[in-house]
Write a protein that binds this ligand. Sequence first.
Ligand code: HEC
Length: 198
Amino acid sequence: MTRNLLNSILLLILLVLVGTIFFVRRQFTVPNIELLPGMVHSDAYGSQSASPIFPDGKILQPPAEGTVVRNFDPFPYKPTLEDAIRAGNELRSPLDPKDSLSDLRRGSVVFAHVCSPCHGAGGTGDGTIPKHGFPPPPSLFAQNAVNMKGGQIYHIITYGQRNMPSFASQVVRADRWRVAAYIRSLQQQPIQSTVAVK
Ligand code: HEC
């Protein structure tokens, strides 16, 4: 094969390739060529698309009333004092009594980390935050808290109460029961804090 013939063939291949690139070049205004699109385009509506079916014209609809989230027990109480008392009367701790020691231990850790900054290490309301001007919480040894049922304490941790914010996002559900159990155990012990309790 002469060198000229080889060059001609290579030139021809080059022209064919450049020509092919020119003919199949990307056009940004139209969809590209799709080989085997498979399930790329589904018949289902996109979450944000408009709907010809629903009255408000949206695909995304709120869950039907009474929907229960899977693996998430409903908590049918409102953030009011009446519902806190109702929770106290209706809810029972799901903790297993045979784990009570480890539950109390965990409750004490959560109390020390989350509650004691306000309620004080001993629960008498002499935490660090009230010393800097935050309205002090009442002592957990006062009659009101002593008479409180566990479910009401659970409700207070979940929703907060007046000046106390909700701790639902910091304290998981089982831990709320553990802290409530820990508070109960504190109330049954002699007080270690320096603040006198009326
Ligand atoms: C930011 C400070 C703060 C933190 C942190 C806090 N509390 Fe409170 N708590 C308060 C205040 C203030 C009150 C009083 C609210 C009121 O005026 O009713 C209160 C009230 C309570 C009461 C009701 C007492 C009563 O006699 O009415 C309970 C029970 C309670 N808290 C438990 C907890 C638990 C359990 C935690 C930790 C998970 C916690 N608190 C964390 C500030 C706090």
